[in-house]
Structures are given as C-alpha cells and as structure tokens.
Ligand binder design. Structure first.
Ligand code: B4P
Length: 189
C-alpha cells in the first residue's frame, strides 16, 4: 500500500500518520522528521536546512526528493510506505511520479486532511507551548508564513492529484480517533 498524506501545517499529518502505519504495517516517511534529523546531526547541510525551517519557507525540491528517493529504496519500502508532508510542491509531485514509474509502483491513495486556518494556528501555538520550543518553527510569526507558503505552493498539489482522480478529502476537525476513522474509510473505500 502506497499512501500520501497531504494537508496544511498543523492539520495533524504527523498525528494521523502514526495511526495509519500502525493499521497497515507500512513505514512512515515524514520529510519534516527527515529534515529535523538532518538539522540535529549538525552537518553543514543540516545548518542550511535549519535556517530554511526557521524562516517557514520550503526546503528545495532537490534536497527533499533526494532524501525521499534514498528512503524508499530501503528494503522495508518494497511492500509500500506512507509519505507524510511530501509532495509539497507540484514539482515534487512530478519528481515522485517519475520515481514511482521507474519502480513500476502505483499510488493506492492520496489523502488530504482539511482544517480551517484559525484551528491550525491554535494547534501550532499549543504544540509550541507543549514542546517548550523544541520546534523553533512553531512561533506565531513563522506559522503565519508557513500557512502562506502552503496556500501558494502546496495547495496546487491537491489540485494536481484531484485532476488525476486520486485525491480523497477528509475533514480534520474532531478528535484524533474521529479523524482516523475518516482517514481509514477514505483509504479503504
Ligand atoms: P512538518 O514536519 O510536515 O510539520 P507540520 O506540517 O507543521 O505538522 P503536521 O501536519 O504533521 O501536524 P501535527 O500532526 O504535528 O513540516 C515542517 C517543515 O519542514 C515545513 O514548514 C517545511 O519547511 C519543511 N518540509 C517538510 N516537508 C517538506 C517538503 N516536502 N518540501 C519542502 N520542505 C518541507 O499536528 C499539529 C498539532 O495539532 C499537534 O500538537 C497535535 O497534537 C495537534 N493535533 C493533531 N490532530 C489533532 C486533532 N484532531 N484535534 C486537536 N489537536 C490535534
């Protein structure tokens, strides 16, 4: 099973990803987590990535898709995977389509979690408080920038999959369990 999870920052992609991988037994590939690991390593690339994350902008398509390519080449991905937070630009969606074509692999579902902006800002603010600054991009200013970047660069990705009849939209407002049920129903329909 190959699933893509899309949605604005704070929509609960990371939260729902945990439920999805537990149900379907596939590995969880979060580009946000891969990038934060790169930052934690203290490498030269990690320092460049940190500056981009802290600005609320997107990391370049080349860096992100090279990481994804490396990750899906690992043996645990032969039976499938969950992509969380990627593709985030139409260019990334096109690169991914080529990567999957080369592997003769098709997508099973593209799930978009939708949440109104005021709820997103509140969730990001709460996560910033709960994690006591662990995510330096969870400030009000950076969150507003991330939402703007989402509107301009990532919302067209949903349209890209909608035009290919692959998009399944799920309401992300409700308890974590309620949203999970909607996600599972959309994947299994
Ligand atoms: P990500 O790590 O993908 O993070 P996110 O979009 O902010 O959060 P997510 O939607 O996973 O929300 P979560 O479950 O935590 O991206 C971070 C940065 O990395 C980006 O800004 C970008 O710079 C870079 N990046 C990542 N991928 C990239 C790519 N492909 N290309 C370029 N750059 C890339 O939930 C948020 C909060 O809400 C949590 O506190 C959670 O507990 C709460 N919550 C979740 N579900 C809830 C519910 N149902 N009810 C109430 N609260 C809920």
């Amino acid at each position: 099973m190959r699933i893509i999870l899309l949605g604005p920052p704070g929509a609960g992609k990371g939260t729902q990803a945990k439920e999805i991988v537990a149900r379907y037994g596939i590995p969880h590939i979060s580009t946000g987590d891969l990038l934060r690991e790169q930052v934690a390593s203290g490498s030269e690339l990690g320092n460049r990535v940190k500056a981009i994350l802290d600005s609320g902008e997107l990391v370049t398509d080349e860096i992100v898709m090279e990481m994804v390519d490396d990750r899906i080449n690992r043996p645990d991905c032969t039976k499938g995977f969950l992509l969380d937070g990627v593709p985030r630009t139409v260019k990334q969606a096109e690169i991914l389509a080529t990567m999957l074509e080369h592997r003769h692999a098709a997508l099973s579902a593209v799930v978009q979690i939708s949440v109104p902006e005021d709820v997103l800002l509140e969730r990001i603010r709460n996560r910033g408080i709960a994690n006591a600054g662990a995510r330096t991009d969870d400030t009000a200013e950076v969150a507003a920038k991330r939402l703007e970047v989402y509107r301009t660069q990532t919302a067209p990705v949903a349209q890209y999959y909608r035009e290919r009849n692959a998009l399944r939209e799920v309401n992300g407002v409700g308890t974590v369990a309620e949203v999970s049920e909607r996600v599972f129903a959309s994947v299994e329909r």
